[in-house]
Design a protein around this ligand. Structure first.
Ligand code: ADP
Ligand code: MG
Length: 696
């Protein structure tokens, strides 16, 4: 379905709005996150000025915004340059002075003719025993009172864009909002006392607004939040249905290779692992395509899950691949897999971006011929020149980077291939729905036994010296330490300076048992340092935040994080997850600067008090709200424009259920409501999902 033409005005360029122009449009585009009128309409006010208060002049209180009806009594031009021009006004209760700096006399004469009645609005000041208003925000003839709106929304701004510009542009945009056929279920809408979509949007911008329009729980705001969730869930459901319909394969295997692996494991699977494996097997044995997310904290034992799932397809003569986000992780996966693959007699290859020329060609040939049964690599595995003989299962290890899977799921190359996405970042359930609503979810919510808890200590910056003494004695006992230096700026170079300074200090104390790793090193240099650390040649690894998320060095038992207050909870949790992987007791030292914000205090306390990743994730959501969680922008988690996760999350669950019902009744969205829902997908820029409907 092409975009309904009623929507066209909303998709026009911002430059077509009054007072914007081409240059303003560029700035505004940055501010509102898109160049279309629609994007401006999603730009919500953060505050509002109430101009309804209209007391008699004599009773106008100091510091309050008042809208006054007055008569112009006298003009008092500035006595000399630099002094203000004054206009005395009065009503029956008393008089006041309007104060103008650098105002043009012509303009003042025109706007404030003697003895005329005017309405002025602005902040009242009591000054030298008199009442005055400096530069009124609004100034109109008495007959034009309607030009001063009772509520004046205040918008987030950027350099070059004033609130006045935003309001003027919106004044041009609001009349363009079409009234559309309703996509909500009538009963649900009625129960919530929600306005129509167009009315809701106008209310958010304080046109026909109620006093509480700024309240995220106001009907207009909750309706728009719901619309946004509905579009998100509908789009994900359509993608999921499409992906699952693609020629899935029912793997018929007897588990003999898996058995071989299991018999060599030095441990038994946790009950969470057993449950997860059963969920995976159910998918893989059924003819539908598997599209499953495996969520599990660092160290929860995801890797073995991947290997065991792979055997389902290997036993049937197909191939399995696992993709890691970085080279180091790919190689580490290869190492973990080695004993398992050897035990089951499965041949594997490793392919990363670093394999070049002949070597790469040889690997590609094995992948193409099928002699490589398991392929371990980075996302380089999905480059165009790579042909699989018969890829049955793709495991994607996303670590903390979200959203990579969507591209892969939809690429034509792996049609019908089962997909298992693994993520190490615990995400609150609600957010999982928004980012991975197109997948089934398994959770490894139980750590393998025998892990000692990591003791987390909060260390003030001025105690760092003491701490490093303590660390010295640990090193002598063979301990290994990660020392993470702060994220000072968005600049790798400046981060690096902090790390280098710390490196020098530690090196002076501990000599060449100290290593440094950072993002500016070449990949093989990074590997070399990492290798030394893994082997134990280095005792302290000073790092910028580049240290690889999934790297496993069981002997590392101490994590130091400097300026920990600068990190988000999710990141702190990831970093701490580097230790506590072996049998020994581990420590995490969170070093903080003396002045902490309330939120930073909360974060550090949370870290001290719990190691439960899911709990930490929920706390993160609470502290930061959905928009910011886990550094949403980089992560690829959807950022909502109208919905506020911290407030509206329950609506998301309703939207999910709503979508289930909608698609059960009207799978191709051909009913009137279905058509209206397609418009909603266009409005929310989720229309790529429309391609998956038969009616197109
Ligand atoms: P993740 O990838 O989820 O962060 P890993 O798969 O790297 O975790 O597992 C961490 C460590 O725990 C590995 O050394 C792995 O062999 C081990 N492990 C996995 N499952 C179990 C288990 N059920 N019991 C004991 N150890 C386990
Ligand atoms: Mg892992």
């Amino acid at each position: 379905m092409p975009r309904p033409f009623e929507l066209d005005p909303l998709f026009r360029n911002l430059a077509t709005l009054p007072g914007v122009g081409p240059k303003g449009a560029k700035l505004m585009e940055k501010l509102v996150g898109g160049g279309k009128i629609l994007n401006l309409l999603w730009h919500k006010p953060v505050d509002v000025i109430d101009r309804r208060f209209s007391p008699p002049v004599a009773q106008a209180p100091d510091g309050k915004i008042c809208t006054l009806s007055v008569r112009v009594i006298q003009h008092v031009p500035a006595a000399r340059r630099g002094l203000p021009y004054r206009v005395v006004c009065a009503d029956a209760s008393g008089s006041m002075t309007l104060v103008f700096f650098n105002a043009k006399k012509d303009w003042l004469d025109k706007m404030l003719p003697l003895n005329s009645d005017v309405i002025i609005s602005g902040k009242i000041e009591h000054y030298n025993g008199g009442i005055q208003m400096v530069h009124p925000d609004a100034l109109v003839k008495a007959s034009a009172r309607a030009e001063i709106p009772p509520f004046e929304p205040v918008y987030p701004l950027t350099a070059g864009i004033t609130n006045k510009m935003v309001r003027k542009a919106l004044a041009g945009a609001l009349p363009l909002i079409p009234s559309l056929d309703e996509w909500l279920d009538p009963a649900h809408k009625k129960k919530n006392v929600w306005p129509n979509w167009d009315e809701a949007l106008r209310q958010v911008h304080f046109k026909n607004a109620a006093e509480d329009s700024l309240d995220p729980q106001a009907p207009a705001r909750t309706r728009l939040a719901y619309d946004e969730f509905l579009a998100n869930q509908l789009a994900l459901a359509l993608v999921r249905r499409h992906v699952q319909k693609l020629n899935g394969r029912a793997w018929k295997n007897d588990g003999h290779l898996r058995q071989k692996i299991l018999s060599t494991l030095p441990f038994t699977l946790t009950s969470a692992q057993v449950r997860t494996l059963a969920e995976i097997d159910d998918d893989m044995h059924a003819p539908l395509r598997m599209v499953r997310l495996l969520q599990g904290d660092v160290g929860s034992g995801k890797t073995i899950m991947a290997a065991l799932a792979m055997m389902n397809v290997i036993e049937c003569g197909a191939q399995a691949a696992i993709m890691a986000p970085t080279e180091i992780l790919a190689r580490q996966h290869a190492q973990s897999f080695m004993p398992w693959l050897n035990a089951s007699g499965v041949h594997h290859v490793v392919l990363t971006g670093r394999d070049k020329g002949k070597q790469r060609e040889a690997i590609l040939n094995q992948i193409k011929s099928g002699s490589a049964q398991v392929i371990i690599g980075t996302h380089a595995l999905f480059q165009d020149d790579i042909t699989f003989h018969d890829l049955g299962l793709a495991v994607i290890d996303e670590q903390h980077k979200f959203g990579v899977h969507q591209r892969l799921l939809l690429s034509h190359k792996n049609k019908g291939t089962d997909v298992l996405v693994m993520t190490a970042t615990p995400i609150p359930r609600t957010l999982t729905l928004t980012a991975y609503g197109d997948m089934e979810v398994s959770r490894l919510d139980e750590k393998p036994p025998g892990r000692k808890p990591v003791e987390t200590l909060l260390i003030p910056q001025d105690k760092v010296e003491e701490m490093s003494l303590r660390i010295g004695t640990q090193i002598d006992k063979g301990a290994q330490i990660y020392w993470v230096c702060p994220l000072v700026e968005e600049s790798e170079l400046i981060d690096l300076q902090a790390a280098e300074t710390r490196y020098d200090i530690l090196k002076a104390k501990f000599g060449d048992r100290v290593g440094l790793i950072h993002g500016r090193l070449k990949p093989d240099e990074k590997d070399a340092v990492m290798e030394k650390f893994i082997k134990g040649d280095i005792s302290i690894l000073v790092a910028t935040t580049v240290i690889e998320v999934g790297v496993n060095v069981p002997n590392a038992t101490i994590m130091v994080i400097e300026q920990a207050e600068r990190f988000g909870l999710a990141q702190l949790h990831q970093l701490r997850g580097r230790v506590g992987r072996g049998g020994q007791k581990s420590f995490c030292f969170l070093v903080y600067a003396d002045r902490l914000s309330q939120a930073a205090k909360e974060r550090l306390k949370t870290m001290r008090d719990t190691e439960d990743g899911f709990l930490i994730a929920e706390k993160d959501l609470e502290l930061r709200g959905g928009g910011e969680i886990l550094g949403t922008r980089q992560s690829g988690l959807p950022a909502f424009k109208l919905a506020d996760m911290a407030v509206h999350a329950p609506l998301l669950l309703t939207a999910r259920d709503d979508v289930k019902l909608i698609l059960a009744r009207d799978p191709e969205l051909t009913s009137d409501r279905g058509k209206a829902l397609k418009s909603l997908l266009y409005l929310m820029e989720q229309d790529q999902a429309i391609a998956y409907l038969r009616a197109g």
